[in-house]
Design a protein around this ligand. Structure first.
Ligand code: IPE
Ligand code: IPE
Ligand code: MG
Length: 244
């Protein structure tokens, strides 16, 4: 059963907002700057949007930082992005903790450099007990890979006799995904005018609302964020039922 999160059911603020942070490269290129300058500016916006989400009262924020397909980019850009992730965790980690943010990473961590994976593990451990905004960062994430990993795990459990295949239901499948324990996103936002999902939260967004905004990620200010959340409040979600 698809369940709307409690906050979405009772009010107009999405409990879980997920963002495809797109358009850093174009933002930079339009200014005659290298793509990496756009990623750097994008990282600054992450800080602002995390703060805004906390202030507004969003409970869960999931950010798409690097997809399993982004390895196809030039080695220099990939290296630059990985360094930016390292720097971000080192610089912002303590502040996120101070602001009571609970950080979690989803994606295939095994394919990342050991030191980056260690920084991610440590930030998760450091903030695990926090009770404020739940920030989930999708890094080396792909919706299809996630589904395959879950299917494989369940198949192994079934083959070993730990579960009965007949017990595999939506809840159990959700529980085998990297996002286990997170409610499905109420609203998925993509910046930069592109209208596709690019392998983001494939299973979880089955009943999400989508907002495609023209601003590139470095121009996605807290004001644009607030406006986008406001427009969500006007939507009528049906979950397949006839409106009452
Ligand atoms: C999003 O910006 C950041 C990542 C995918 C890591 P892009 O780098 O995709 O920017 P555009 O889409 O090329 O403008
Ligand atoms: C999606 O953006 C991935 C992230 C924002 C991390 P891309 O820029 O990689 O997506 P495509 O290639 O335009 O579909
Ligand atoms: Mg892009």
């Amino acid at each position: 059963m698809l369940k709307p999160s409690a906050a979405a059911a009772e009010g107009c603020l999405p409990a879980h907002v997920a963002i495809i942070m797109d358009g850093n490269g174009r933002w930079a290129q339009r200014r005659g700057l290298p793509r990496l300058a756009g990623h750097r500016k994008g990282a600054e916006m992450v800080r602002e949007i995390v703060e805004a989400a906390s202030d507004i009262g969003v409970s869960y924020l999931t950010l798409y930082a690097f997809s399993t397909e982004n390895w196809r980019r030039a080695a220099e850009e990939v290296r630059g992005l990985m360094n930016l992730f390292r720097m971000y965790i080192r610089r912002e980690g303590a502040d996120l903790n101070r602001r009571n943010v609970q950080v979690r990473f989803i994606g295939d961590r095994g394919a990342l450099d050991r030191d980056l994976a260690a920084l991610m593990d440590s930030l998760e451990a450091q903030t695990a007990g926090n009770t404020g905004l739940k920030l989930c960062v999708a890094l080396n994430y792909g919706g299809r890979v996630e589904i395959i990993a879950a299917a494989r795990r369940l198949a192994e459990d079934a083959a070993a006799g730990r579960i009965d295949p007949a017990e595999i239901c939506e809840e159990r499948f959700s529980g085998a995904l990297w996002t286990h324990g997170l409610p499905d996103p109420d609203l998925v936002i993509r910046t930069s005018g592109e209208m596709r999902v690019s392998n983001f939260l494939t299973w979880q967004s089955a009943y999400s609302e989508f907002a495609f905004v023209d601003e590139c990620w470095p121009d996605f200010t807290p004001e644009v964020f607030a406006r986008t959340l406001g427009a969500f409040g006007e939507r009528e979600r049906r979950f397949g039922a006839v409106p009452g």
